[in-house]
Design a protein around this ligand. Structure first.
Ligand SMILES: Nc1ncnc2c1ncn2[C@@H]1O[C@H](COP(=O)(O)OP(=O)(O)OP(=O)(O)O)[C@@H](O)[C@H]1O
Length: 345
C-alpha cells in the first residue's frame, strides 16, 4: 500500500540475516563451541516489501524480537541488508549514510539525544551546527515548535534537570530541528503523563500535516490512533499486515458480541442448536443473553433472526471489536493468520 504521493521509503525483498553462535549453555557448551564452532543463520527481517509515501504516518508493530528495530536500522543505514533493496528519499541508506542522516530523524523514547550537562538551547545549537541549519531557519523552526511544545521555557534549562515530559519535548525539537523528511520514532510517549502525551501526539500530527513521513513503534494505542492511519504488523521478520487501521480490525478482530434482552426465559439448548458456530450464554439475568460469534461465520442480522424465531427480543446491543484488542494481541505475540475475506455484517 502507498499514499497518492511519491514514495519516500521503498524496500523490496529486504532481508537481514544474523549469524549467531549455536552453543549449549554452560562451560562444556562453551568449550565445545570453541573446538567446533557452529552457527545458526536467522532472518530477523525476511523479504520485506515496503512502500511509504511522503507525509504518511505509519505505525509499525510486532511482538518482542519480531524485527522492528532491525527494519529501522536497515532504513537508517546502520545495518547493511543481506539481500534486497532499500531506498530512502532517493538514496541507498547504507551507501549514502551521510546524505541519509540529513534526511532522517530518530527518536527513542527511552534515550535522549540531548547533552546531559548542556542547556536545551546549547544542545540544539550543537545540532544546528552539525546539520548546517541556517540561523534564520533555526529561529523559525524553534518558534514554530514552541507553539505546541512550549519550548521557550525549556531552552535555558540543563537537560538533566528536565522532567520526563519536558525532556521528551526538547528531544522532539532536536529530532525535527534539521527538517528531516522521515522520522523514526520508538515509543515516543513512554512514561509520560496524559497532558504530555497529548502534546507529543499533537506535535507529531502537525509534522505529518507539514509533509514529514513518520514510522512509529508504540505500545500505546492512542499514539497509533491519534497519529497514524496505516498499520504495519511484523511477525517473525515478515510483514503479515499492511493497511488501514480500520482494516486491521476487520481482519483480525473477528469476534463480535451481541447482548440481547428478551421478554421471557429462553431455551438455551435450542438456541445453541440454531447457532452452532456461536457461543450462546445466559447474561446477568434469565432475560438476558450474550451471543459471541465470529463475523466470518455469521452476520449480526443472522444471529438476531435466529433469536427472534424463538424469543421476543426487547432490546439488543452489538459490541464491535476494538483495534486495541488487535494491537494487544500483536504485542502478546499471539499467532495471527489472515482470515479469508468474506462475510461482513
Ligand atoms: N546484532 C544481532 N545479532 C544477532 N541477532 C540479532 C541482532 N539484532 C537483532 N537480532 C535478533 O533479530 C530478531 C529481531 O530483533 P529486533 O531487535 O529487530 O526485534 P524488535 O521487534 O525490535 O524487538 P523489541 O520489541 O524487543 O525491540 C531477534 O530475534 C533478535 O534476537
Amino acid at each position: 500500500m502507498s499514499s497518492a504521493s511519491e514514495p519516500v521509503i521503498r524496500a523490496a525483498g529486504l532481508t537481514k540475516v544474523f549469524r549467531s553462535p549455536d552453543k549449549a549453555p554452560g562451560l562444556s557448551g562453551s568449550l565445545r563451541h570453541l573446538v567446533r564452532p557452529r552457527h545458526t543463520n536467522r532472518a530477523a527481517v525476511n523479504s520485506v516489501d515496503l512502500t511509504i509515501g511522503r507525509g504518511e504516518a505509519v505505525a509499525y508493530v510486532g511482538a518482542n524480537g519480531a524485527g522492528k528495530s532491525t527494519t529501522v536500522k536497515l532504513l537508517a543505514g546502520i545495518l547493511i541488508p543481506s539481500s534486497g533493496t532499500v531506498r530512502v528519499a532517493g538514496v541507498d541508506p547504507h551507501r549514502d549514510r551521510l546524505v541519509n542522516a540529513r534526511q532522517i530523524g530518530v527518536l527513542f523514547g527511552q534515550r535522549s539525544q540531548l547533552w546531559w550537562d548542556l542547556t536545551v538551547r546549547d544542545s540544539l545549537e550543537v545540532l544546528r551546527d552539525l546539520y548546517g541549519v541556517s540561523r534564520t531557519q533555526f529561529t523559525e523552526r524553534l518558534d514554530e515548535f514552541d507553539e505546541v511544545l512550549g519550548l521557550g521555557k525549556l531552552l535555558p534549562v540543563v537537560a538533566r534537570r528536565l522532567s520526563l515530559g519536558q525532556r521528551m519535548r526538547a528531544d522532539l525539537a532536536a529530532t525535527f530541528l534539521h527538517g528531516p523528511a522521515i522520522v523514526y520514532l520508538d515509543e515516543p510517549t513512554i512514561g509520560l503523563d496524559i497532558a504530555a502525551k497529548d502534546s507529543v501526539r499533537m506535535f507529531l500530527r502537525q509534522r505529518v500535516a507539514a509533509g514529514t513521513t513518520i514510522l512509529m513503534t508504540s505500545h500505546d494505542l492512542r499514539d497509533i490512533e491519534d497519529v497514524c492511519r496505516r498499520l504495519i504488523i511484523i511477525d517473525d521478520g515478515r510483514i503479515i499486515f499492511d493497511g488501514d487501521l480500520g482494516r486491521a480490525k476487520d481482519a483480525y478482530a473477528r469476534q463480535r458480541q451481541l447482548s440481547v434482552q428478551v421478554d421471557a426465559p429462553v431455551d438455551l439448548a435450542a438456541l445453541r442448536a440454531g447457532l452452532p458456530e456461536a457461543q450462546v450464554e445466559q447474561g446477568a439475568s434469565t432475560r438476558e443473553l450474550v451471543v459471541v460469534f465470529d463475523r466470518f461465520a455469521h452476520r449480526a442480522t443472522e444471529v438476531l433472526d435466529a433469536l427472534t424465531r424463538q424469543v421476543d427480543v426487547v432490546d439488543f446491543r452489538l459490541q464491535e471489536p476494538q483495534i486495541e484488542d488487535v494491537v494487544r494481541r500483536v504485542y502478546r505475540g499471539e499467532l495471527l493468520v489472515l482470515p479469508p475475506q468474506g462475510v461482513d455484517a
